[in-house]
Design a protein. Structure first.
Length: 149
């Protein structure tokens, strides 16, 4: 399941809804990302996240399907926020549920590595009277390399 939304999410409630009445799930791995108050030594007072509606959801669905092809997963969830966010706000939630922990851990890492490097989101940090677009990071690209076929 994927959602792109402006509103906040409750991690516990999301996991509970995903796993409710599911005795086939033995492992749940979650990752949540938050807005930091600093980046590259500069203060961040807010972050604007933009996306291309329709294209974003299609790409997230594609990578979620790829995760299900690669690992024996019972369920997955990707929630990504857009709009203006403040330091401490939730940005993203990835949940991978499987019968066993290895598949859940690997799938969650795969999904996050994809979100950081390939998902069609654009981030602009605002602080100290200026704004700057967030560029891709080389270490994120290197992390994603391990998943290439």
């Amino acid at each position: 399941m994927i959602r792109v939304q402006t509103g906040d999410f409750d991690i516990g409630a999301e996991v509970e809804a995903l796993t409710r009445n599911r005795a086939d799930i033995g492992a749940v791995v979650t990752f949540s990302g938050l807005v930091r108050d600093a980046s590259g030594g500069s203060a961040v007072t807010s972050m604007d996240l933009e996306h291309y509606p329709g294209m974003t959801e299609k790409e997230l669905a594609r990578i979620e399907a790829e995760a299900h092809d690669r690992w024996p997963l019972q369920a997955t969830l990707i929630v990504h926020r857009v709009g203006r966010l403040a330091p401490g706000d939730n940005i993203v939630l990835v949940v991978a549920a499987s019968a066993h922990r290895k598949a859940a851990f690997e799938a969650a890492a795969f999904l996050m590595d994809y979100l950081k490097t390939r998902a069609p989101f654009w981030k602009r940090e605002v602080g100290q009277g200026e704004s700057r677009w967030v560029d891709a990071r080389e270490d994120d690209d290197r992390a994603a390399e391990k998943w290439r076929d």
